[in-house]
Write a protein that binds this ligand. Sequence first.
Ligand code: ATP
Ligand code: GLN
Length: 145
Amino acid sequence: VVRAENSPVPDYVPDSKFYKVEAILRPWRVPHVSSALLKIGIRGVTVSDVRGFGAQGGSSERQAGSEFSEDNFLAKVKMEIVVSKDQVESVIEKIIEEARTGEIGDGKIFLLPVSDIIRVRTGERGEKAERMTGGQADIISVGSN
Ligand code: ATP
Ligand code: GLN
């Protein structure tokens, strides 16, 4: 993967201050992923139950197990995590580490630039809205003191 010098994201990714990491994962791996993310200070995560098909398609191998759906779509979980640019790679790494089984159907991760973040409670925007108490930025700045 080619990266512009010092850039934490590959060079074909549009530059942004914030990104959304969107991961479509096996439902039963999600608890592992979310607790690992919490440990690295990722405290804002949104999950949805979704259904889809990919290479795993509607193959019948797991139809007796937890990934069964009534039609050709398999049950998956979508995790959406908005982070600052410098935290993107740590989030992607953790997701792969915790979600991977090596079998077809482990899922996919999409990376999207996010233009702005607004905290509804305070009206804060941008970096102020993105930061969370006890978040990775806090942990890292405490750790390096
Ligand atoms: P507040 O300090 O007002 O509580 P907050 O930043 O902690 O603000 P919440 O209002 O607790 O945000 O967040 C509401 C929901 O928004 C969360 O349950 C989660 O689904 C989603 N969310 C918050 N931050 C993020 C994030 N960085 N990435 C993805 N989802 C997020
Ligand atoms: N980047 C935020 C922080 O370091 C955490 C973002 C998140 O938890 N999704 O405080």
